[in-house]
Design a protein around this ligand. Structure first.
Ligand SMILES: Cc1cc2nc3c(=O)[nH]c(=O)nc-3n(C[C@H](O)[C@H](O)[C@H](O)COP(=O)(O)OP(=O)(O)OC[C@H]3O[C@@H](n4cnc5c(N)ncnc54)[C@H](O)[C@@H]3O)c2cc1C
Length: 326
């Protein structure tokens, strides 16, 4: 996990390989839901699943570290940024089909999950109505088994197109993803798998049922969750408990460090009040985690991912840090 910039030779190679598509030293904050994060050395934007596949293969062939960024709604990007390459996934094609086995949606992985959900609901299709208000892309949701209101990706996905180094894309049926609560086999191998597409098998519902459910879920969110720049839930719910309730009972609602604050509406949501740094958020995360541990003897596990170039000492003890480098 070095914070040194890449060599001039590597930069020349990258320029030669990607030409005008290559952007250098790009601020990642605008590409995240919390609007926080430092600079990435190189940014590439994939506009189709084919382009995403080609970029990933080229980078693997060059032995260049890279990570995919979807909606940036489940990552805390370090103030020091990300070394190597980030591919911003804007592959957004979606196809809706009525098949003999029922309705089916096939989406490129950079499509907005919320939009895929709403467009399915507009057709009175059931199966993704729980996802209408979840930010981010289909790819991010497939990796993290996003879920809400009793639904999740594990219960809706049929198959995902997965790319790995030195292989052609493979169709992985849902069982192979080994889904758990906000967990999958893909989550534990960042940088070495790319979700290209996903297909969901849905059901035709009686008219307006899917729309009514979506409206109910949206109203619930409006009532219980804050607006503003955030990540949604910061911590996973421990077995048979709610992280938000533990944080609330520990008296931590409204706790603020720098520009980061524990929401007063939902204690498992942290907000960037405008000028929070990733370091502020990390300090707040640690403080909340320590206080909950002291009071209830429960070690909260991060739901979000610490992404990019973090100092190992700084993040020690914070559960989910997957990979120091891009
Ligand atoms: C207001 C708010 C509410 C939220 N509510 C919920 C909720 O109810 N339920 C829930 O589950 N989550 C919720 N979230 C969290 C977040 O929306 C989900 O985790 C979402 O699925 C993340 O998708 P993303 O595209 O933003 O992923 P990112 O944050 O961009 O990436 C997350 C991880 O997935 C990897 N990744 C992304 N795309 C790909 C790909 N194509 N191939 C390989 N790896 C990839 C990234 O490298 C990273 O490791 C909420 C967030 C916010 C801001």
């Amino acid at each position: 996990m070095s914070s040194s910039r890449l060599s001039a030779t590597r930069t020349d190679e990258m320029r030669e390989q990607f030409g005008e598509r290559l952007r250098e030293s790009v601020n990642l904050a605008p590409y995240t839901s919390a609007r926080i994060g430092g600079m990435v050395d190189y940014l590439l934007i994939a506009k189709s699943a084919k382009e995403l596949e080609e970029m990933a293969q080229q980078l693997w062939n060059m032995d260049m570290n890279f990570r995919i960024l979807g909606g940036g709604s489940n990552v805390l990007v370090s103030d020091r940024g990300v070394r190597g390459v980030v591919i911003l996934n804007q592959a957004r094609k979606v196809a809706f089909d009525e098949t003999s086995a029922g309705p089916r949606v096939r989406a490129e992985s950079g499509a907005s999950l919320g939009s895929v959900s709403r467009r399915s609901v507009d057709r009175d299709w059931l199966g993704l109505e729980w996802a209408a208000t979840i930010p981010g892309t289909v790819g991010g949701a497939v990796v993290g088994n996003a879920g809400a209101h009793g639904g999740d990706i594990a219960s809706s996905l049929e198959v995902a197109e997965i790319l790995q180094q030195n292989r052609k894309p493979e169709s992985w049926r849902v069982e192979r993803l080994n889904y758990g609560y906000r967990d999958s086999v893909l989550k534990n191998v960042p940088g070495s798998v790319v979700v290209l597409e996903a297909a969901f098998r849905l059901k035709t519902a009686q008219e307006s049922l899917a729309k009514a459910k979506l409206a109910e879920f949206a109203a619930y969110r409006q009532r219980t969750q804050p607006g503003g720049a955030s990540w949604g839930s910061m911590f996973k719910n421990p077995a048979e408990k709610y992280a938000g309730r533990l944080i609330d009972t520990a008296g931590l609602k409204g706790l603020q460090i720098g520009g980061a604050r524990v929401s007063t509406k939902h204690a498992n949501f942290f907000l960037n009040l405008g000028d929070a740094s990733a370091a502020d958020v990390l300090r707040l995360l640690k403080t909340v985690r320590d206080r909950v541990d002291k009071q209830f003897n429960v070690e909260l596990e991060l739901e979000i991912e610490l992404f990019g170039d973090w100092d190992p000492d700084e993040i020690e003890g914070v559960a989910r840090q997957i990979d120091g480098n891009a």
